[in-house]
Design a protein around this ligand. Structure first.
Ligand SMILES: *[C@@H]1O[C@H](CO)[C@@H](O)[C@H](O)[C@H]1NC(C)=O
Ligand SMILES: *[C@@H]1O[C@H](CO)[C@@H](O)[C@H](O)[C@H]1NC(C)=O
Ligand SMILES: *[C@@H]1O[C@H](CO)[C@@H](O)[C@H](O)[C@H]1NC(C)=O
Ligand SMILES: *[C@@H]1O[C@H](CO)[C@@H](O)[C@H](O)[C@H]1NC(C)=O
Ligand SMILES: *[C@@H]1O[C@H](CO)[C@@H](O)[C@H](O)[C@H]1NC(C)=O
Ligand SMILES: *[C@@H]1O[C@H](CO)[C@@H](O)[C@H](O)[C@H]1NC(C)=O
Ligand SMILES: *[C@@H]1O[C@H](CO)[C@@H](O)[C@H](O)[C@H]1NC(C)=O
Ligand SMILES: *[C@@H]1O[C@H](CO)[C@@H](O)[C@H](O)[C@H]1NC(C)=O
Ligand SMILES: *[C@@H]1O[C@H](CO)[C@@H](O)[C@H](O)[C@H]1NC(C)=O
Ligand SMILES: *[C@@H]1O[C@H](CO)[C@@H](O)[C@H](O)[C@H]1NC(C)=O
Ligand SMILES: *[C@@H]1O[C@H](CO)[C@@H](O)[C@H](O)[C@H]1NC(C)=O
Ligand SMILES: *[C@@H]1O[C@H](CO)[C@@H](O)[C@H](O)[C@H]1NC(C)=O
Length: 709
């Protein structure tokens, strides 16, 4: 994923968690294990086909696929062999598989440097390198990937520096209020919260000239060296040299190849200037040990961290998290990147269904920031190969699904969801006409606690499928474990993984993962230590979370693709949108401003009515076993979310078109509901907010019209 990692901040409630959490790859997770006590539910009995799937899935073969994916350089656009290997594994299990290439703009690291110079002239030189560990083979590969930021700007900067917390707009507002000078300074930012590219964007917009982003052990909960846990590889705590790589694209404005907005990147495609969605100031990621001297140099200068009084400002390192600047104490940094246009390769596998006009798409990205990538993303890649194998067993017995199944192994996700976005941009006419659902698995396993984000029509089938999976070689089913961990809540899709292009073209989606719980070993997100050795020793020993997530994804895909009837729960859209409406009203009421939301309320009521009607028609189709009626209902189910797509997109971000939810403009990962309305209102543009009340209401009425019977 474009984000990752986790924060086990102990005082977070489940609700707060669902709002703040990051997801798969482009972003960082914050997970908290709820302690909801309830009776376990008995597992659901399996059909013969489902039994074939479950029995086909083996942790031993998954561990072999994992080993393959985690022992070769496979940063975006560099490993065609791995794409072909993936196609070969799918083909030998009966899928029609091929590679689909795009020609994208990327940059790769060449060299960088960073030094701290105290006022007295003495210097500190951070290492900027991750440790080589004898136990962990891929940490010493000669072609291991250096620490860097994808899409970072080439440049040099030398200046006094300021600590900016997590670098959200509110952090900058506080710094401005405190009178801390920003113009011409270098920013020292903490990872966590907003997508890293937005930290750089905000710093750039405040006239800062460079950014250094560090990992803070506050994000590791109790599992720290300071608390007596040994660091990896001896123990579960974070290896002190670990560095989080990652993209600094301005994700909440535009994902995909920044030189081809809205259309696929082919060799001869027209290119536009990407400057508005990529940083112009250089940035460098560092470890927490490298950060300590930098932060310590600010102690006693500017405003002390406690007095800054911002959430997540003070971390767990032994410093005061003062703002600085410290007069005469400077950072010098240089960052040299090699910009290029290069092919990336998606692997696409197809099983045609009997209904040519209904399609289920399943996807996982393959590219990683490191040679390993055992969790991000190749736990998902290994799971998908195992799923392809299970479906091969069914194909061999003559099974043919009602719907087409398309399997995507995306390249270039880490730089900004490139492979999936370009593919959707190329195939949108066909997808718009046939896509029923998109199923995403990015970090399939970095621990053993399931977590799911999904559009509302999928909540019921996602829940029922969890009851079919016995979890982690125990007698408990996945549903009960999920209920305890996630509080029985599905998250709302923001961004940070490959479902984004689907959701913003009106295709309902689900994103699933299994994550560490409180007290579990620290997952080294986007670091060399996200390796096969870490996974098999700490993350998922025995590959059981992989195995059960593979069962889950396969059973879900099977049940969405096989039966004549599409198993959607559309009335749940009315329920969920009511809660988004309540959230909007709460936001409005907490201010002195007013906004007339009557049109939205009326549209929601109309939608709720039509949702009941289509549900009744669905029940009738089941009762009468009438194929024509089933097709009619199926097509309404397939199409209604297309109406949520706003043609001009959301304010100032054309790409993001879904009027019901989108990543927050200043979070990048975490979702905002009714985003056009909410963000215009929060910005104080009540004219624009009113415009989006009308647009959103019209979209909901158009959706209601599609499901109308
Ligand atoms: C591609 O990945 C495979 C599998 O991990 C690896 O064996 C191979 O060396 C990689 N290719 C390159 C060019 O690094
Ligand atoms: C220079 O200042 C730093 C920070 O105050 C201090 O740690 C270091 O010992 C000083 N070096 C010399 C040579 O005085
Ligand atoms: C910190 O801010 C909160 C409100 O945001 C305020 O209630 C509290 O008094 C502040 N604390 C300090 C030490 O300024
Ligand atoms: C924290 O830093 C202070 C001042 O630099 C030092 O005196 C103290 O020993 C440090 N504490 C720990 C636990 O390292
Ligand atoms: C930037 O810094 C690097 C490393 O210190 C140096 O080699 C290079 O010449 C500098 N470039 C410019 C334009 O100053
Ligand atoms: C930049 O990449 C190109 C290939 O795209 C390569 O030929 C060239 O040597 C690279 N330059 C540097 C400085 O790494
Ligand atoms: C793959 O394509 C061949 C013909 O090109 C077709 O006969 C076969 O049914 C296809 N397989 C699947 C799983 O769709
Ligand atoms: C599978 O379906 C696609 C799209 O309808 C069609 O173009 C293709 O010819 C089909 N392939 C086979 C083997 O039926
Ligand atoms: C998608 O299909 C809808 C009709 O269902 C149509 O109104 C819309 O223009 C199509 N969008 C695209 C991008 O093809
Ligand atoms: C697979 O799981 C079994 C327990 O069910 C375990 O004994 C075995 O070691 C696991 N295999 C691998 C390769 O981890
Ligand atoms: C609020 O909007 C509704 C629907 O557009 C409209 O009928 C009503 O007159 C508006 N109320 C006010 C006070 O403007
Ligand atoms: C508010 O939004 C409208 C578009 O509806 C735009 O014309 C106007 O410039 C915006 N006002 C401000 C202050 O940004």
């Amino acid at each position: 994923m474009l984000w990752g990692g986790k924060s086990q901040a102990v005082a977070v409630t489940v609700t707060a968690l669902l709002l703040n959490r990051g997801q798969a790859c482009l972003h960082e997770h914050q997970f908290h294990r709820a302690t909801v006590k309830r009776q376990d539910t008995p597992p659901t009995a399996l059909t013969p086909d489902e039994r074939i799937i479950v029995e086909s899935i083996s942790n031993t073969s998954i561990s072999e696929w994992s080993y393959y994916y985690t022992h070769g350089y496979h940063i975006a656009g560099t490993n065609r062999t791995m794409a072909q290997w993936t196609a070969d594994r799918w083909s030998e299990n009966g899928w029609n598989s091929s590679l689909v290439a795009y020609d994208v703009f990327l940059n790769y690291p060449v060299s960088k440097s960073l030094s701290l110079t105290y006022a007295n002239g003495s210097q500190f030189q951070p290492s900027l390198k991750e440790a080589i560990l004898a136990e962990d083979d891929t940490t010493s590969y000669p072609n291991r990937v250096p620490t860097f930021h994808g899409y970072s700007a080439t440049g040099n900067a030398s200046a006094e520096f300021v600590y900016i917390g997590r670098g959200q707009q509110v952090d900058f507002d506080r710094l401005v209020q405190l009178g801390v000078p920003l113009e011409g300074k270098i920013a020292l930012a903490r990872y966590g919260g907003p997508f890293r590219g937005l930290k750089v964007k905000n710093a750039q917009e405040h006239g800062m000239v460079g950014v250094v982003i560090f990992t803070d052990t506050a994000d590791d909960g109790d599992v720290t060296e300071a608390n007596g846990y040994a660091p990896y590889p001896e123990g579960p705590a974070r290896n002190p040299s670990a560095v989080q790589r990652g993209s600094v694209q301005f994700l909440s404005t535009y994902p995909g190849d920044p030189t081809t907005p809205g259309y696929p990147s082919k060799e001869d495609s027209t290119r536009t200037n990407p400057d508005s969605v990529l940083p112009r100031i250089p940035s460098i990621p560092i470890s927490y040990v490298d950060a300590i001297p930098l932060l310590a140099a600010l102690d006693g200068h500017g405003t002390d961290g406690a007095q800054v009084n911002r959430t997540n400002w003070v971390g767990a390192l032994n410093v005061t998290y003062s703002t600085g600047p410290a007069p005469g104490t400077t950072i010098s940094l240089s960052n040299l990147m090699n910009e290029t246009y290069t092919p990336i390769w998606n692997t696409i596998g197809i099983i045609n269904g009997t209904n040519a006009d209904e399609t289920i798409v399943i996807g996982n990205h393959r590219d990683a920031w490191i040679v390993g990538g055992a969790a991000d993303p190749n736990s998902g890649s290994a799971i998908v190969v195992e799923m392809a194998k299970a479906f091969g067993k069914l194909l061999a017995q003559g099974w043919k699904p009602a719907r087409n199944i398309v399997l995507g192994s995306w390249d270039g996700e880490e730089y900004g969801l490139l492979g999936s976005t370009e593919w959707v941009e190329e195939y949108i006419p066909w997808l718009n006409g046939t896509a029923v659902s998109y199923l995403n698995i990015d970090v399939g396993a970095s621990g053993a606690f399931p977590f799911i984000d999904a559009t509302p029509e999928l909540h019921a089938i996602a829940t029922e499928t969890m009851k079919k999976v016995l979890w982690m070689d125990t007698n408990r089913n996945m549903y009960d474990v999920w209920y305890e961990y996630a509080g029985g809540n599905f998250g709302v899709l923001g961004s940070g993984s490959d479902y984004t292009a689907f959701v913003h073209n009106g295709i309902g989606s689900i994103d699933m993962s299994a994550n560490p719980g409180e007290g579990d070993p620290i997952y080294h997100y986007h670091s060399n230590f996200d390796s096969y050795h870490w996974m098999s020793t700490y993350g998922d020993p025995g590959f059981l979370a992989h195995k059960y997530m593979a069962q889950y994804l396969s059973l879900l895909a099977y049940n969405l693709a096989t039966p004549a009837r599409i198993q959607f729960d559309v009335p749940n859209w009315a329920t969920q949108m009511d809660s988004y409406y309540d959230d909007l009203i709460a936001i409005i009421s907490s201010t002195s401003k007013t906004l007339n939301t009557t049109a939205l309320r009326r549209a929601l009521d109309e939608f709720a009515l039509r949702a009941q009607e289509v549900q009744a028609l669905d029940d009738q189709a089941v009762a009468t076993n009438d194929p024509a009626l089933t097709t009619l209902v199926n097509h309404k189910y397939r199409d209604f979310q297309r109406a949520f797509v706003s043609q001009g997109g959301l304010p100032n971000r054309e790409f993001y078109k879904n009027l019901i939810f989108a990543p927050g403009l200043d979070t990048g990962y975490a979702p905002t509901t009714f985003p056009g309305i909410t963000e215009a209102f929060n910005d104080g543009n009540l004219t624009l907010a009113a415009e989006f009340v009308q647009k959103t209401a019209n979209a909901i009425l158009a959706a209601a019209n599609i499901i109308k019977t």
